[in-house]
Design a protein around this ligand. Sequence first.
Ligand code: FAD
Length: 415
Amino acid sequence: MTTHADVLIVGAGHGGAQAAIGLRQRKFTGSIAIVGEEPEIPYERPPLSKDYLAGDKPFERILIRPPGFWDEREVAMLTGRRVVSVDPSAHVVTTEDGGTIGYGKLIWATGGHARRLSCAGHDLAGVHSVRSRADVDRMMGELATTTHVCVIGGGYIGLEAAAVLTKLGKHVTVLEALDRVLARVAGKPLSRFYEAEHRAHGVDLRLNTVVECIEEQDGRASGVRLAGGEIVPCQMVIVGIGIIPAIAPLDAAGARGGNGVAIDEHGRTSLPDIFAIGDCALHANPYADGMPIRLESVQNANDLATAVARQIVGDPEPYHSVPWFWSNQYDLRLQTVGLSTGHDQAIVRGDIASRSFSIVYLKAGVVVALDCVNAVKDYVQGRALVVGRVAADPARLADASVPLKSLPETAISPA
Ligand code: FAD
């Protein structure tokens, strides 16, 4: 039974797994333990709304590493245990079952919990989040008796689930409160493109739509009542309205932060010997003009984990990676690089109707991000424009016959 670890990692997800891998790759010889509240060893979360939900990939194929890997690397995997408090001065965490584990360094890698609806019926059977394997297994277990699904929230996860369920022959309604899907993460042309795609695939996509409550029949969700009184009948409701960072124990221990645990460029929190990484970490990102943000992506979790591993082994390198992300919907592969938040110009490159195009985002004349739909070349070549903060001619950016790599690298300032 593990009672102490030189490095204790809380959270057996993407960041937690990568932190342990990164430490061993850098020849860290001390003891490492990972405590995770889920029963599974670390697995990839992105397939949960894609191939796993579609039934195209079994669970074994979405494990981050095969089961034997952790034993071979002497990483103690303490699954099914939730950390409920942290004592920074004693260097001890307490788990829900009352057990305690001491640590030399603590890496907080807990991600977030799915935000739930607050209206009546939010906790009925048939209402689902898409955050964990258990969530998706529950959902899949109900698919045989489901013909109609309501997805609440037009973000990436909701739209990916809508695409998979449509392909599985379900009647899907997407309810979005704002005037476009993906409003938080993408520019208008991309939102309009995805709205049209979903509608073309038969999704009943409704914008500016406010949910009032979930209707019940025989103890189960039977529909979604909208403001105005209309009821959209369904047997399954999927709620994709974001996450709440899982930071309560660190918060209670006095860590600085707000919408996440505040960290510096080496992943250090304001508490001694405690680091935070991944979805729960609030960091000043150079691609957001140094503003404190939380990123919810595999790239961010992995790269921050590596930065912390390096810091712990005494080979520090600050976390300045360019953010990137992907989303699969139908036969569309979206790849994004950079952060488009705050852009003042969105240039469409190529023909949207061809379903292979990119959107280049500029801020004060400088390329800050790209969204590439079925356009791998643009994604690969456009990365340098974002990293180099290149000021490129909008007319040439819009011309898909001009390769992005040929654009002059007139860097405005280093990122
Ligand atoms: P997680 O991977 O969420 O791991 C955190 C772990 O900590 C969880 O297992 C959690 O149960 C556990 N935990 C929480 N609190 C405690 C506690 N107190 N004690 C013990 N354990 C605890 N990103 C992309 O880049 N591309 C995609 O296409 C993409 N698709 C996604 C699709 C879905 C359905 C989801 C849910 C996410 C997707 N993401 C995608 C986001 C990506 O998965 C996350 O950004 C990434 O998992 C973050 O890693 P993390 O280590 O911070 O948190």
